[in-house]
Design a protein around this ligand. Sequence first.
Ligand SMILES: *Cc1c(COP(=O)(O)O)cnc(C)c1O
Length: 481
Amino acid sequence: MNYKSTRGHDVPQTFSEILLGGLAPDGGLYLPQQYPQVSADELESWRKLSYADLAYEILARFCDDIPAEDLRALTRKTYTAEVYCNARAGDNTADITPLRKLGDEAGAPLYLLGLSNGPTLAFKDMAMQLLGNLFEYALARAGQELNILGATSGDTGSAAEYAMRGKRGIRVFMLSPHKKMSAFQTAQMFSLQDPNIFNLAVQGVFDDCQDIVKAVSNDLEFKSRQKIGTVNSINWARVVAQVVYYFKGWLLATDGPGQKVSFCVPSGNFGNVCAGHIARMMGLPIDKLVVATNENDVLDEFFRTGVYRVRKSAETYHTSSPSMDISKASNFERFIFDLLGQDAGKLAQLFRDVDTKGGFDLSGTPDYERIRQFGFVSGRSTHDDRVATIRDLSSRYGITIDTHTADGVKVAREHLSAGTPMVVLETALPAKFADTIREALGHEPERPAAFEGIEALPQRFEVMPADAAQVKAYIARHTGL
Ligand SMILES: *Cc1c(COP(=O)(O)O)cnc(C)c1O
């Protein structure tokens, strides 16, 4: 299986070659040269597999340059009940992503697929934990090391740190805005004592952190000498790891071949739902892919109108589902490539328009007409919707969900069809978003046992001015390169 760029650069790359990289040389995103197909019979034969072995079956079709026994060892090391141990009482932790039925609404069985039972209580652990093991394996094989540099306002940074902690050949330098994260998120990251994890608390806001990462990455000499890499959401291995739980969710929600299931995905950078699109392209019987956004509704606007309009920072809102607060969706290009019939020239033009004109307009074109063939529909949700949905699920089904999942449930309910199971992806646990839970329910969210008292643990971090030169000096001091 080789990979190509969405913008046409046609030097085929293997999975291992793109594993540690980001964008293709022409600025495009990597996609496989063709989507591997899974037949109904194969799908049926996977019903009894553990999550780890299902992950192996799917990943093996995308990375045939890793020997089978090594890949199987990697998936079995990653997807264990010990790592994904924070499921609700009554859920089957052995499933890794347990499926819980809420009830029947409008004649459709409504489910939650629990993706946030990993170490940081958010779905990013599903892919990031595998990435940590894949990186360690690939670096050892090549005799290399890697220094990951990132900026975070919470979720991604902690998922990366928990995935990379203690890994040989890897260091993580994670910038976060000093005193701007919640006490819980700060404790999650700063309580890590692993010597390969470096928390840099920058005296500034999140944008300052991001600017420093950009400045450091633009210094190509420094970047190459210090072996700097990233783990952002366009990484192909992250996307493909997420394909697995659509298969798992389908297998858990059906009992025979050909039955259709819809998925509703709380979306930001379009990484998660892009994996659903790929699962559907591989032949998984998915009816609808429902894209749920919050007030930052770039994606909902596109799917409703065909207009993709990137937001300016002043138009990007800080909401109570903060991991969906985006101004543009970095993985969106992968889907648009397929929507355009994989016409790389046309795609490159559209994304040049994104850079120069702030977007593009496909309304009224045959390309836009094709969106329904790909199963996509969408909706948006606001703070009031989140609060109402959290309250409703608590009183109706006795379950507390987080704010992002609440956006998903709200929008899913607008797209139910009788007889077709609707699976809402649960992307975080409520413990992470206590403020809104208190507002909705008047009490604290439940905390998984492992997180009791986490704020009182000793913290390890370095306060830094918002200055790229000082961050570079810090990195060089700690890598010795
Ligand atoms: C990252 C994140 C999302 C958005 O996922 P994308 O892949 O960026 O679309 C939704 N919910 C939570 C809790 C997240 O952490």
